[in-house]
Write a protein that binds this ligand. Structure first.
Ligand SMILES: [Zn+2]
Length: 121
């Protein structure tokens, strides 16, 4: 299961970044390229399972899909790929030189904000 190992590396990265604040994490937000071979919905379920009984149990995994971009090998134009048509809009030649769309990155991590009471303690 591909998603389990991906999820484990996400959790590892979060633990490394916020070792003292894991319980305060509410949301881990990912950017998932349209071409990455990951099913984010499935990743969310795996994350829920894997964090069910640890410090991250109050956090959720969220994501947004990012669009595909490619660079033309002829004119170096960076263009947005729509409907999976990998053709340069300037010179009309096909390009497989993908610059964005394969990524799976942790975009942001949202921590619980301190409540009024906590601030005044
Ligand atoms: Zn071109």
């Amino acid at each position: 299961m591909h998603e389990v190992s991906i999820c484990q590396s996400i959790i590892n990265a979060v633990e490394e970044e916020f070792p003292e604040q894991l319980e305060n994490i509410r949301e881990v937000h990912l950017k998932v390229g349209l071409l990455s071979c990951v099913q984010p919905e499935f990743l969310q379920q795996v994350y829920k399972m894997m964090t069910a009984d640890n410090e991250l149990q109050r956090s959720v995994l969220s994501f947004e899909r990012t669009e595909i971009k490619a660079e033309c090998e002829s004119c170096r134009q960076n263009f947005k790929v729509e409907n999976y048509v990998f053709v340069c809009p300037v010179c009309n030649i096909p390009s497989n030189n993908i610059t964005e769309g394969n990524e799976l990155i942790i975009d942001k991590i949202i921590l619980e904000e301190f409540t009024y009471e906590e601030v005044n303690q």
